[in-house]
Design a protein around this ligand. Sequence first.
Ligand SMILES: [Zn+2]
Length: 132
Amino acid sequence: MAPRTDEESRWFWEACARQEFVLQHCVACGVIRFHPRTLCPACLSAETAFVRASGRGEVYTFTVTWQNQSPAWRERLPYVLAWVQLEEGPLVLSNVVDCKPEAVCIGLKVEVVFEDAGEGLAVPRFKPFEGA
Ligand SMILES: [Zn+2]
């Protein structure tokens, strides 16, 4: 299912389709922000630069869902919903995939993977980091 987009966020989902996790960097105060938005939440500046994130982070906290009858989710059961803290600082609410829920723990190192969502968009999810 494609994410709902608007003028503030469509560029982000399109970048994900190019396998890029892009964050906004406030030129005025230096804050790196996620989710996409026009104004900096810290200083309200609209001066924005874009930085390609490493795509790596760690699980800040998570929950495992065992029951969900929504057609979009029931085929994924059980699934992990997690707040992932990126190396660049922002927290991202997403799923941890490609592992059993029992393998997920707070502090688990993860890296982004992009799931095609159709319509030229993709959704970032995270899997256990296997790199060095
Ligand atoms: Zn700012």
